[in-house]
Design a binder for this molecule. Structure first.
Ligand code: FAD
Length: 619
């Protein structure tokens, strides 16, 4: 029935969609096999993309020719740039999305790519020949050949759903679990583990009283994820905020003895930073209320996502507690919250390309690697799809550095340090976060994607022009001065001290109270120059000036570390005979197979003296 494919992607979630699209766009023939075509790119939990550090990841995927940003933009209900009041390294785009439209747009996008075939089925087994993945066997008994296989099974591998004392198999509510793959991989020597995550109940919006809640609107001047020209929906929808209270907490506690978390039925570790409501009540007993974000699931549906109320308590307890929340007194529940336990594969079994050490041409991406979140999954899928294509064509692999992307930080963290609890991205995980901003993701990454053949010449040219235009504005600010009479009235208005002599515009802009638009009000030459450029270019120039000294220091640090980061190690190097290494370092180096000295230095248990041994040996 099937031809032989270049790349077979297993799973049509966020990782699988990006993996299939990336490999196909590079020229591979791709088969995407997924259990249910109706749930392609399903948002299993929150209908939202981005947020702190995650928004930066979506921008990075977009800058490289991935689709998550475009799909998110097309299906936005509400957009906000989080952390605007902080420095630009913290600005994080986030959108509330129409869940059904998001999945639909992904499906249409995949159908529009001629190199992708789609097949609805469940993969039970990987075909391995001569130590290489060579295809898959499905539950319909079909053996399909492929030169590389990318596994993106999400929460489906031996998934078990918990609601109170009820427990049943499932990969998500209403969907079957996937069996067979973990067992085969473990039998081949892979190590697997168990994690858990949870989701809140969904309610009927017609049964809520919004007058008792605080309104939360999106930004007036709406931003976007994609650097491309996507048409955004013309309007935005309102979200709301309400709060739990002590009565809610007391009611939830009534269900604790039936809670699968507290009775020990759930063994897997859950996401620390996305705790269930019962967990919050337990851990932060001193807090008399918790915030609840009331978020619409779409433009047309009345379904509401109760963000902040993730729970696996019995459904009757969930509903009773919901009724005690202001605005939810008469809430009707569409679906109860639940927790799910699933298998994952500790990611230290992977190379930085996301290929497994144990079976060549087999790649893992997404939640299967112990991460949580659509953005983390999508970015890994994107990289795995690229590397699967590059690998089978003997082309150069793509490994993004920690100093050039959050995606690089994510994969380096996973592969080098592993994770025992669901890993999500934070800005604090990136040591060079000042350089890894959402605004410059295109300048950082589009040239790399262009070299791979993932973005067009035209798009690269646009990025180059954006950078050059911002530099031109900065140069203007550096070389032009303004008289005190012209600028002082503006400075007075901004409550910042007046100038006593003619001063360079650049210098004035470094004052935190002053924006480039403020200076332009007093300087018509600058105003005329800015009128030639769009907002993104002007913002870029402004950021470059305001944080100039910090950027310089950061770049200096990156350059200093480059010596270690660029010092390559053969991943198959045999450490067993390097007796001067500590035993622990030797074991870890053999396990992780680092690609560079820099990566080796980040492995826990590899000390600076072990690194010196490696350096001496290498020199
Ligand atoms: P998924 O989106 O899970 O997609 C996996 C896909 O693979 C599915 O389409 C499935 O049908 C398919 N598949 C699986 N096995 C096979 C097989 N053998 N053959 C064929 N197809 C297969 N993230 C957060 O950031 N915060 C949260 O609070 C949060 N809560 C969550 C709550 C729940 C209940 C769930 C289920 C997930 C939650 N997540 C949360 C995680 C988020 O949904 C995932 O991180 C993200 O969807 C992972 O993407 P993925 O592509 O790896 O897998």
């Amino acid at each position: 029935m099937f031809k032989k494919y270049n790349v077979i992607v297993v799973g049509g979630g966020h990782a699988g969609c990006e993996a299939a699209a990336a490999a196909a766009n590079l020229g591979s023939s791709v088969l995407l096999i997924t259990m249910n075509m109706a749930t392609i790119a399903q948002m299993s939990c929150n209908p939202a993309m981005g947020g702190v550090a995650k928004g930066q990841i979506v921008r990075e995927i977009d800058a490289m020719g991935g689709y998550s940003g475009i799909i998110a933009d097309k299906t936005t209900l509400q957009f906000r740039m989080l952390n605007r009041s902080k420095g630009p390294a913290m600005w994080s785009p986030r959108s509330q999305n129409d869940r059904m439209r998001f999945a639909e747009e992904w499906r249409l996008q995949l159908e529009a790519l001629p190199n992708i075939d789609i097949w609805q089925d469940t993969v039970k087994e990987i075909i391995v020949k001569d130590g290489k993945a060579n295809g898959v066997v499905t539950s319909l008994g079909l053996a399909i050949e492929g030169d590389a296989v990318v596994l993106t099974n999400g929460t489906f591998l031996n998934g078990t759903i918990h609601i109170g004392e009820k427990r049943f198999g499932g990969g998500r509510t209403g969907e079957k679990a996937a069996t067979g793959l973990t067992e085969q991989l473990v039998a081949s020597g892979f190590q697997s583990g168990r994690m858990k995550t949870g989701t809140p109940p969904r309610v009927d919006g017609r049964s809520l009283d919004y007058t008792k809640m605080e309104e939360q609107w999106g930004d007036d001047e709406r931003g976007r994820f994609s650097f491309t020209d996507v048409t955004l929906p013309t309007e935005q929808r309102c979200c709301w905020i309400t709060y739990t209270n002590e009565a809610v907490h007391e009611t939830l506690k009534e269900g604790f003895e039936k809670s699968p978390m507290f009775t020990g039925r759930i063994k897997g570790l859950g996401p620390r930073y996305c705790p269930s409501i019962e967990d919050k009540i337990n851990r932060f007993a001193e807090r008399d209320r918790h915030q609840i974000f009331v978020e619409p699931e779409g433009w047309k549906t009345v379904e509401i996502y109760v963000n902040g109320f993730s729970t696996s308590l019995p459904e009757d307890v969930q509903l009773k507690a919901l009724h005690l929340i202001p605005g939810f007194e008469h809430a009707r529940m569409f679906r109860p919250g639940y927790a799910i336990e699933y298998d994952y594969f500790p990611p230290m079994q992977l190379d930085l390309t996301l290929e497994t050490h144990r079976i060549k041409h087999l790649f893992f991406a997404g939640q299967i690697n112990g991460t949580t979140g659509y953005e983390e999954a999508a970015s890994q899928g994107f990289i795995a799809g690229i590397n699967a294509h590059q690998r089978i064509n003997d082309l150069h692999e793509l490994i993004l550095k920690r100093s050039e992307s959050y995606i690089g930080v994510l994969i380096d963290d996973l592969v080098t340090k592993g994770t025992e609890e669901p890993y999500r991205m934070f800005t604090s995980r990136a040591e060079h976060r000042l350089l890894l901003r959402q605004d410059n993701a295109d300048a950082r990454l589009t040239p790399i994607a262009h070299q791979l053949g993932l973005v067009s010449d035209e798009r690269l040219e646009q990025v180059k022009q954006k950078v050059a235009s911002a530099d031109l504005i900065v140069e203007h600010l550096r070389t032009h001065s303004i008289d005190t009479e012209a600028i002082n009235p503006v400075l007075q208005e901004l409550h910042t001290s007046p100038l006593t002599q003619k001063t360079r515009l650049f210098h004035i802009l470094t004052r935190p109270q002053v924006s480039i638009a403020d200076i332009a009000r007093a300087d018509s030459t600058l105003a005329n120059l800015l009128a030639r450029y769009d907002k993104a270019v002007i913002e870029q120039a402004e950021i470059k000036v305001k944080y100039d000294s910090y950027f310089e220091k950061e770049i200096e640090i990156v350059n200093k570390m480059r010596r270690m980061e660029d010092q390559e190690i053969n991943p198959d190097f045999d450490y067993t005979n390097l007796v001067s290494l500590s035993k622990e370092a030797r074991e870890k180096l053999i396990k992780v197979k680092p690609r560079t000295l820099g990566q080796a230095s980040r492995i826990s248990g590899v000390s600076p003296s072990d690194i010196s041994v490696l350096m001496v040996h290498m020199s």
